[in-house]
Write a protein that binds this ligand. Sequence first.
Ligand code: 99T
Length: 202
Amino acid sequence: MRLHTSPASPFGRKVAVVLHETGLWDRVERRDATLSPIAPDPEVCAANPLGKIPCLELDDGTALYDSRVICEYLDGLHAGPRLFPPEGPARFTALRLQALADGMLDTAVGLRYETFLRPETFRWPEWIAAQKLKITRALDRLEGECEGFGERIDIGTLALACALGYLDFRFAEDRWRDGRPRLAAWYARMAARPSMVATVPR
Ligand code: 99T
């Protein structure tokens, strides 16, 4: 299997964390792609018409995307505890948390492109402020919910840890920990996991 990814991508990090947590790391060859919406990578586009990473090429030539599909596929390849709970409330809580984390990341990556790639004269301050508010609301919701996570490790909690790690990486000046001590404490425990330490974004 071959994974198109990048050390800066939080979605690629989620897949990498799953590979570590499931003991599958050595089964996947990794290829770091350099891309952006206006500078696509031809190899990634050949595998994923959306031109986005992560994208996993299987040995039979099938390409899997996006990160959610890849993570669920990988979760079917190991014998340890499932990261995608198979059914019931646990499953839908994990999937909802993953959706919240990925939604925060879609917003944050969009903001990154808006504030870093888009020429300054074309930027739209109201749009930027409204996007930041989405992340603020999500963080506030998580501050209220995270004590219930306990020591749970599943696709929801791992995705959230990757999302918070991306805020540290690209938006440190926004200081997401301020006023959110419970979320900060939960994240500190998650960030110490070997899978998270091995995949710190660069
Ligand atoms: O949008 C593009 O054309 C290129 N962008 C990407 O490939 C980003 C890289 S994060 N990936 C996604 O947006 C994937 C989202 C998808 N729903 C998934 O896989 O879950 C780069 C972040 C950075 O450099 O700061």
